[in-house]
Design a protein around this ligand. Sequence first.
Ligand code: PEP
Ligand code: MN
Length: 346
Amino acid sequence: MLILMRQSATLDEIEGVKAKVRSLGFTAHEIPGAQRIAIGITGNKGRVSPDHFLSLPGVTDAIPVSRPFKLVSREVKSEDSVIAVGNDMIGGRELTIIAGPCSVESRTQILEVALQLKDMGVKFLRGGAFKPRSSPYSFQGLKSEGLEYLREAADQAGLHTVTEVKDTENLAEVVEMSDVIQVGARNMYNFSLLEKLGEIRKPVLLKRGFSATIEELLMSAEYIASKGNYQIILCERGIRTFETYTRNTLDLNAVPVVKKLSHLPIIVDPSHGTGAWDLVIPMAQAAVVAGADGLIIEVHPNPDSALSDGFQSLRPDKFRMLLDRLRDLGVVIGRTCPEEVRGVAP
Ligand code: PEP
Ligand code: MN
């Protein structure tokens, strides 16, 4: 249920509604918005009668929310959510470009790529430290050491970091070290991890599971929001289908569907979505045209020697080419792409 209040409602009136919600055993969430004051209710098992609230001072309406996901739905908040990371925004007019290697492999590797990316205008550096690999014999990441190298490289280049949290065991460490916390496709259904991420106050990049429906993705986002963290960025990264020429099938339908159903920003990962470096550029462009708020792309200085996902990683020169194309496309679709910042790389 969503309780709407007069724009001029006093703090006491807002507190009165929240107290009523709590007295019924439910949780009250103040929904930020420029147009109205709204309080979302979660924790109710069935229908809640609007009569509990309609007579309270300041309340103008109490409307049921029909979707199973509540706090992340457009019904509850009609304006797009914009997530701030330092001075940079995710979900605004500027496309968010997150780039970097699949895994942090060494101090020099991540620093080299960080400086090159900064030069190209990128603001977010990705790099896995705790890697969830399909084989126990594959490179599992540099773990804590990788987190430190990523932080150091990002600080030196002036970038924000994005890295994956693999389980609740390393959560505190990852949350302390990174600016954006990534939940990988394999963990989209890890509800205890999602609830823990609901208690932090940093943005979470939630990737779609490879066999998850869009509704399940939104329900996983709801797990995070239900615990009080509304800084969530969704990511379409391809789903498993019968097709074998690509690693996954990048479901670009998800972009406009999510935009219709949710106020959260959504970005696209064409690297995992295709599994082939030569498909990354066309699908990245398609994603942006479909309305994605940004991209997360694997970039490696030497893909042939990468310890993970080299086959789908772009060389920096190809990635630079993609950014140029996105700047041109931006003019057509009414979005901007970060401009180059010359003179950072030695
Ligand atoms: C990754 O981003 O390197 C990754 C493992 O992605 P996903 O969880 O989408 O497979
Ligand atoms: Mn990868």
